[in-house]
Design a protein around this ligand. Sequence first.
Ligand SMILES: [Zn+2]
Length: 335
Amino acid sequence: MIKSEMASISVRKIILLSLALMFLLGVGVIASGTNINSVKIILSNNYELNVLTNKTKVEDILEESHIVVLPEENVVPDLESDISETKKIVISKTLQEGITAIKLSQEDAKVSMEQLLGDYTPVVERIIVEQVPIPFETITKDVSGGSQNTINKVITEGKDGVKEVTAKVKYQNDIEIDRTIINEVVITEPINKIVQVDKSSVTSRSQTSRVANISLPTTTTNSSSIAKSVAGKTPVVRKFNTSAYCSCAKCCGKTNGITSSGKKATTWCTVAAGNAYPIGTVIYIPALKNKPNGGWFIVQDRGGAISNGKLDIYMGTHNQALQFGRKTLECYVYM
Ligand SMILES: [Zn+2]
C-alpha cells in the first residue's frame, strides 16, 4: 500500500510540474507574441501571401520567408526599411529601357510591334481616284459543225475597258495598310474578243446546226422573263431566213391575230416557225437585241410557207412587217 501511495504522489508531482512548465512556456509565447506582426507580401507575379514574423526589417522578413529578390525586381519599401508601420512589402518587376521583361513568342512579338507602330505612327487617310482596266473576255463561236480541220478567225479584236475607282486608302509609314472602294464608274466598256472556229475548207453553212460554244447573252440582255426561263440552258445556233408578218388578211388570211398555239399574237414576242420547233420554243436573235423584247422570242405560230429554215416574226402593223423585209439571221434556239 505504501509503495503504491508513494507512486501516486510522484505522478501527481510530475503532472503539477508539467502544468507549471506549460504555464511558463505559455507566458513566454504570449510575451514574445506582442512583437509578432502579420506582414503582407505581394510578389512580382501578383501572388499575395501573409507571413507571421517578429522581424521588422524588410530584408530579414524576406529571408525568413525564403523569398529571393531577383536583380530585375524592385522592393518597396527597400530592403533596409522597417515595416512595423505599413506591414506590407511589394516586389515588382523593374522595367528598364531597352529591356523587355516579358519574353514574347515570335508571333506575339510581331503583334506587339504592330501595336507599337500603331501607337506611335500616325495613320494617314487619303481619297484616291485611279483608272483601272476592265479586262475583255474572249468568246469562241464554234461554227465548224464538229469538223476535224478547223481554222480560228478573229471576228472582233478585244479591247480592255476602263473604270474609274474611288477608294479610301489608309497609309502608315507610306505603306498602304487598308483600302475601301467607295465608288466605281465604268468609263468605257470592254470589247470582247470574238473568235470564230470554222471549217478550214469553205462550205455553205447556212443550214448548219451546231451546239453553241460561246458565252451566252449576258444578264444585261437577259432582262426579260423569257430569257430567265431558259437561264442555264445551252442553245443550238442556227441561221434562219427571217421575215415578218402581221395579223392582217394579207399576211394570215384572217384578222383575229389568234396564233396556231391558240394564244393571241404578241408584238416582239411571237414568232412562227417550222414543225421542227415545238410551240413554246424560246429563240434569241442577237441581231434584234436592241428591240423592245431584247431579241427574245417564243415559237407560238405556224404558217403554210414557214419551213424549218424560216422564221416569221409577228409585228404590230403590216408596214412594220414590210419594212423588216427578209434577212438571214443567226438565232439561238433553246430546244
Ligand atoms: Zn400583214
